[in-house]
Design a protein around this ligand. Structure first.
Ligand code: UD1
Length: 325
């Protein structure tokens, strides 16, 4: 049995590939390397540099490698970019997912895990967000992801494929063994950007929006260590293989941190002030996203192991240092 990992050379995907290898599984990475890096993947995993929406290729990979499960990370993830280039997001996220799901159904794949997002919820949904809160996404990125969730719900009612959509909150940090991390040079993630500033690779950190309706005026997010997120995927995979029904789960810690709190966290780790610049809000950014992770804990037995901001920051800083060397 092999696991097809689309986007497996990317930030979260490469952590998943390592976790699969660590437990003796055979991952097949399908990644167009637009943002991913082949050198993050150990030689033990097959890497195919191509498109996740190429149905003939995907069908062949499934058949030739005995793929029983697909984990679909490939996609575009930057909210403001999606506001500027919506059709690219619908093409690269929704249309590619449709082709991939169809190829899976045609080949009889039964287990599918999808990277969804916390940004699908309505702006006025009750925080912390349970999966039952209404979904009214405000960015093309979030809409492109929610459409894929719907597609998976509909197809799993009609076909043998069962799907778990995991709604990620803000993923941060890096492999504690230093084997992989966030490697996109133009990454927009707050903790990655803050680490780049801490290492002198950028002159200052922009604080995007200081007039949000939050206690200190800056955006609040639920930052989760990438390895805890990946552990959720392994549990989802095991549950699907054991016959679990399709489901949607939040994956976050259930606590919110403001941009200023993250800045203070970075300052505490590096022991000096971080240069910041107060800037206008970024397009498409909601003020607060905090998860209620009760459902995944109860259904899959997920228990975070790395819920510690200084630890997340240290692992991200270590990786950032390694990238430069
Ligand atoms: C991130 C993910 C998105 C995911 C969402 C789930 C990326 C690129 N985006 O979006 O795919 O669906 O989490 O919650 O991974 N900020 C600054 N300065 C910066 C960068 C960010 O002030 O230089 C602020 C933002 O305005 C926001 C917070 O920090 O309030 C987090 O931003 P970011 O790390 O970019 O993640 P999201 O936009 O929340």
């Amino acid at each position: 049995m092999a696991v097809l990992v689309t986007g497996g050379a990317g930030y979260i995907g490469s952590h998943m590939v390592l976790a699969l290898l660590d437990r003796g599984e055979q991952p097949i990475v399908l990644d167009n390397l637009s943002t991913g890096r082949r050198d993050l993947i150990p030689a033990a995993a097959l890497v195919i540099e191509d498109e996740a929406g190429d149905q003939l290729l995907v069908r062949r990979l499934i058949r030739e490698n005995g793929v029983d499960s697909v984990v679909h990370f490939a996609g575009s993830i930057v909210v403001p970019e999606s506001v500027a280039r919506p059709l690219d997001y619908y093409a690269n996220n929704t249309v590619v997912s449709r082709a991939l799901v169809e190829a899976c159904i045609q080949e009889g794949v039964e287990n599918f895990i999808f990277s969804s997002t916390a940004t699908v919820y309505a702006a006025d949904a009750k925080q912390p967000l349970s999966e039952d809160e209404p979904t009214i996404p405000i960015s093309p990125y979030a809409r492109s992801k929610l459409m894929t969730e719907w597609m998976l719900q509909d197809t799993s009612r009609a076909h043998g494929l069962r799907a778990m959509s995991l709604r990620y909150f803000n993923v941060a940090g890096a492999d504690p063994k230093g084997r992989t991390g966030q490697s996109t040079p133009m990454a927009t993630h707050l903790i990655k950007r803050a680490c780049q500033v801490a290492l002198g690779r950028a002159p200052y950190l922009d604080i995007f929006g200081t007039d949000y309706p939050t206690p200190d005026g800056t955006g609040i997010r639920d930052y989760i260590h990438v390895c805890d997120l990946v552990a959720g995927h392994l549990l989802a995979l095991d549950a699907l293989r054991a016959g679990a029904e399709s489901a949607t789960y939040n994956v976050g810690y259930g606590r919110g941190l403001s941009v200023r709190e993250v800045v203070r966290g970075v300052e505490a780790v590096i022991g000096r002030p971080l240069p910041v610049r107060e800037s206008p809000r970024r397009a498409g950014d909601p003020p607060v996203l905090i998860s209620d992770p009760s459902r995944i804990k109860a259904a899959l037995g997920w228990q975070p192991q790395l819920d510690d901001l200084p630890g997340i920051i240290r692992s991200a800083l270590n990786w950032e240092q390694r990238l430069a060397s």
